[in-house]
Write a protein that binds this ligand. Structure first.
Ligand code: FES
Length: 162
């Protein structure tokens, strides 16, 4: 994933949404993961400035926020592509040929795993079991399951779904 300059500040509307997560559950801290998930969706990553803002909002430490950001693979510290492609490499998917589909993704998108295309449109990564073993090797674009990865499906994803 490609590093970029400093993060843009949150808009007033975004700040409102993040603040709402402090009041969503019985204890404010319980909304922290959802707030970070929202930050990842808006910015395609969670930057140090975001961690600072969220830590202060949830009255916790930046270290605690950073621990979450670096523990959960859904969070990245540099921007993913606008289309974040996930290929499962769990056992069922490995047996069904996920390695071959990883090579196919690299060829069709023109970038290795974890690198974002120059236009910022795509990045791809291997993921743990997506809970879709029936579709092994399972392929995800953002939060949408594409089903079983084949060369045709990967080519369609690389064309932007057309
Ligand atoms: S092992 Fe790939 S979806 Fe379960």
């Amino acid at each position: 994933m490609t590093p970029v300059a400093a993060a843009k500040p949150f808009t007033a509307e975004e700040e409102k949404v993040l603040k709402s997560w402090t009041a969503h559950y019985p204890y404010p801290i319980m909304g922290l993961l959802e707030a970070l998930r929202q930050v990842q969706l808006w910015n395609l990553c969670v930057r140090p400035e975001h961690e600072d803002y969220v830590a202060s909002l949830f009255k916790t430490t930046r270290t605690r926020v950073h621990e979450l950001v670096t523990f959960f693979p859904m969070f990245t510290q540099a921007p993913t592509g606008r289309k974040r492609v996930g290929l499962c490499h769990g056992l069922s998917c490995a047996l069904a040929g996920s390695d071959k589909m990883a090579k196919c993704l690299e060829d069709k998108l023109g970038v290795p795993e974890g690198v974002t295309t120059k236009d910022g449109e795509f990045s791809w990564e291997e993921m743990e079991c997506l809970g879709a073993c029936d579709f092994a090797p399972a392929l995800l674009v953002n939060e949408d399951l594409q089903g079983k990865a084949t060369e045709d499906v990967v080519a369609k994803v690389a064309r932007g779904g057309k």
